[in-house]
Write a protein that binds this ligand. Sequence first.
Ligand SMILES: [Zn+2]
Length: 190
Amino acid sequence: MTSGLFESYTLERIHWVSLYLGLPSVGLDTTFPTEAACEARLYQVRWPDGPVCPRCFHQNVNFLDLRKLQVCRKCKKQFSLKSGTELHGSHRGLKFYFGLAEEIIQYRQRNDMPTLRMLQDKHGMAYATAIKLRSKLSADLAKFHGGLLGRCICVIFPRLPQDMVFGTDTHLLLLEREMQRRRWRELGIE
Ligand SMILES: [Zn+2]
């Protein structure tokens, strides 16, 4: 069964397993331990060549402080690291979103979904917030390469044979083998 966001079950599996394999093996908390580390990562993923004005695409000088608004020198539009992204306007920090996204990927990889009860208890969310965030984040993460959030937290890219055709059963099989290898490594078998 697919969630309706993917054309086929194979593509859906490939998507979630790829994201799962992309998560830092030492854990997200070690890789991005602070809010500042998460902000630096978002900056790097969003603007690999330096900030770009979301209105006129003028390339601005670098942000001196990632938390402050930047003013476009050309069109005077004010923008921030998060403005124009799905992370804009949320009072919870990036670290929270990174963590929740990691959790959702771990569940989706097993064809599962964190329960609303679990989200409420673990993160102290209201029921309505849990419903909203779970559906918003799952939809964002279902985008190409996991969307902005997925691209922020996935740092490993499994090496796949060059002649492999994307989206095929062979592709999925290779990813599942890689998962198996990782499990063995974690257990110290390999
Ligand atoms: Zn501008």
